[in-house]
Design a protein around this ligand. Structure first.
Ligand code: ZN
Length: 405
């Protein structure tokens, strides 16, 4: 039986393992993964097929969970015994679009230069994905006492919309995994809290008219602008709701209007306009403040000219102190430094399912979603080393569920 102290001692080595570079396997797999254009609004089945073949070749049991329309799928794989407990390694397969970004080379072709791997998704988060797949043969060969699960989702970049059926399946067929590591880019530092998010689409309906008769029409853009004015006022109110968790770079809820479209021509009174606004809330701040505000604002709009609806949401995330999941990723002999971030991940959804979760993965979030997105090869090497240590630990039965004495 292992005390949590033992876990810390063992796993602490990965930070100092003298790996100069990412493994050849990790880079080869990363090159394949980047080659699949898995922007969230497209099918990820090409990538899924590749991963299925890879797992099949290694004789690793897995299940593919397709969407209703069959255009996307997530994958749940298990290495090690079918017994209670275990650790989930979670990655999303989708990436953000490249349109309108100034890339120096094909975003869907891995380019390695100056100690960095460039390509869409290298940092967020196909780097971690590749490192996990590259570790699979070692996991397989190690005769694990504790099961390790791979959970590969889709549609994370559009509000963590795709992971729910995967988590549902984990609850159905896996017996109480004890920990989950979500490999989003954190520079291999443990993140134990993040904001939750809600996304709202606001639609406005006008009465079109030749613009020479503008006063007789009703302009959808103008109606939207009035609501935006109200939201600008609301921003100031949000700064009053502060979390006491000062690890957060921004401690109060925030809103952002990310897109707006509407109108057909300068000489037509606009018939339609829409904008999309997001609300991010740190744990412990009001979850529904924007929803409530929008309800009040839209109730005052006359003649059904406007309506709003939530299009996606995910919960905020806070790992309780003393969680054993944290033992898996802590550095020996150092203060237990953890981080909180204002972006979101699937961690909150795993936590809601009762699984202790830590966000930890290679790469810097600054490079995510950017043109010429890259990951430092040293970060990948660090992740490779981490997974190697994790493998050694799980081969001893750590985080397997213990039978009652
Ligand atoms: Zn991500």
């Amino acid at each position: 039986m292992h005390k949590s102290g033992n876990i810390v001692v063992k796993l602490a080595r990965w930070r100092t393992l003298a790996l100069a570079d990412a493994s050849k396997e990790t880079l080869e797999i990363l090159s394949r993964l980047v080659g699949f254009d898995t922007v969230s609004d497209r099918s990820n089945l090409g990538l899924v097929g590749y991963v299925e073949d890879y797992l099949r070749d290694l004789d690793i049991p897995f299940e593919t969970i397709p969407t209703e329309d069959g255009t996307k799928a997530s994958i749940l794989a298990r290495i090690g015994p079918q017994r209670p407990g275990g650790v989930i390694l979670s990655a999303h397969s989708d990436v953000v679009p490249v349109e309108g970004q100034d890339w120096s080379s094909n975003p869907f072709e891995l380019r390695i230069e100056n100690g960095r791997a460039y390509g869409r998704g290298t940092c967020d988060m196909k780097g971690f994905f590749a490192s996990v797949l590259a570790a699979a043969p070692k996991f397989k060969a190690e005769h694990l006492e504790t099961p390790i699960y791979f959970a590969f989702s889709y549609d994370e970049e559009v509000g963590c919309a795709g992971v729910a059926p995967l988590i549902q399946r984990i609850r159905e067929i896996c017996d109480g995994p004890r920990a989950c590591i979500v490999g989003e880019p954190t520079g291999m530092e443990p993140v134990t809290a993040h904001t939750g998010k809600q996304i709202f689409q606001c639609d406005f309906f006008g009465t079109p008219m030749h613009s020479s008769l503008a006063p007789r029409g009703r302009n959808a853009i103008t109606a939207a602008a009035e609501v935006l004015n109200e939201l600008n006022r609301f921003v100031a109110e949000l700064s009053c709701f502060k979390t006491s968790d000062t690890r957060f770079p921004i401690t109060h809820p925030t809103i952002n209007v990310g897109t707006i479209e509407g109108g057909k021509a300068t000489n037509i009174v606009a018939e339609y306009c829409k904008f999309v606004v997001e609300y991010r809330h740190p744990p412990g701040t009001p979850e529904n403040a924007l929803r409530d505000e929008l309800s009040t604002i839209f109730a005052a709009i006359p003649d059904q000219m406007g309506r709003f609806r939530e299009t996606a949401s995910y919960p905020s995330f806070l790992l309780p102190n003393g969680s054993r999941a944290l033992d898996l990723v802590q550095q020996e002999g150092e203060p237990r430094q953890t981080h909180a971030v204002n972006y979101g991940t699937e961690a909150g959804l795993f936590a809601e399912a009762g699984i202790d979760t830590v966000v930890l993965g290679p790469g810097d979030i600054q490079q995510a979603h950017q043109p010429d997105e890259f990951i430092e090869l040293s970060e990948l090497a660090s992740c490779d080393a981490f997974l190697q240590e994790l493998c050694a630990e799980l081969s001893k039965g750590t985080l397997a569920c213990q039978l009652p004495a």
